[in-house]
Design a protein around this ligand. Structure first.
Ligand code: HEM
Length: 224
């Protein structure tokens, strides 16, 4: 196992782990967005969807363990790479125009990732916690999942946090998507422009898709 340790501590190993965990999270977000779209079809559709997930709990628990491990590895490794980059280059190069060689999306990966992380703590603390662990509103036990989500989306500050976080999630995904392909060695003159466009389309769909839910329920009044 020494070779694995050496690999994961090398620069390419760390980048590889970022790309691997990032790709897993990219797929998770597509599934999560598709599932959450049932919110737009009313309480029956969304509550039915959550109950269906609950009926396959053992499988969902396994997926959640893999998912949370991927998130933790992605964050831990991302912070490690950021610290190493800072140590190697404490002052940004302005002379050769580093901001011309890199995009605003790649330069803000640490900031966008950190804000998405803060969002995730808030998000899990409200929905995941209430749906699975703690239930002060006593709604989850009555399977009123739709009511819980739309209730939170009736608070302006909660909606604002979501919208800001989703814009930054879009920034993070726009660079992360193409960067993962590059790390896996899938970059050449022919495919790179296509991968970049696909990454941008993916990032926009995720940001707009996830932000549309809090905005919609806030505008129609949510469930009081
Ligand atoms: C408006 C947008 C969103 C809504 C309405 C939403 C809704 C939910 C709900 C209801 C749960 C609890 C599911 C359950 O325990 O059965 C959940 C869990 C979760 N959400 Fe979200 N979510 C949104 C956006 C996001 C985003 C953008 C991310 C990631 C950056 C995310 C990551 C997670 C994770 C990791 C879990 C725990 C795993 C799971 O139970 O599926 N969510 N979300």
């Amino acid at each position: 196992m020494d070779w694995l340790k050496t690999f994961l501590n090398s620069s390419i190993g760390k980048k590889f782990l970022m790309a691997l965990t990032g790709s897993f999270l990219i797929i998770f977000l597509i599934i999560h967005l598709i599932g959450n779209i049932t919110l737009f079809f009313g309480p029956e559709a969304f509550n039915g969807y959550v109950k269906k997930l609950a009926s396959i709990k053992p499988l969902i628990r396994v997926i959640e363990v893999v998912l949370f491990s991927a998130f933790l590895l992605h964050i831990f490794n991302g912070v490690r790479l950021w610290i190493e980059n800072k140590k190697a280059r404490p002052v940004e190069y302005k002379i050769n125009g580093s901001d011309k060689n890199s995009s605003i999306f790649s330069r803000t990966m640490f900031v966008s990732g950190s804000i998405v992380f803060i969002f995730l703590v808030l998000h899990l603390g409200t929905f995941f916690w209430r749906f699975n662990i703690h239930d002060p509103m006593n709604l989850a036990s009555q399977h009123k999942y739709y009511e819980i989500v739309t209730h939170f989306f009736s608070y302006w500050w909660y909606v604002l946090v979501y919208v800001i976080a989703m814009i930054l999630l879009g920034f993070h995904l726009n660079h992360g998507f193409q960067s993962a392909f590059q790390t896996f060695g899938l970059n050449n003159k022919k495919y790179t422009p296509f991968i970049k466009k696909l990454g941008t389309i993916y990032a926009i769909i995720m940001a707009v898709g996830f932000a549309s839910m809090p905005i919609y329920f806030f505008l129609i009044g949510g469930a009081k």
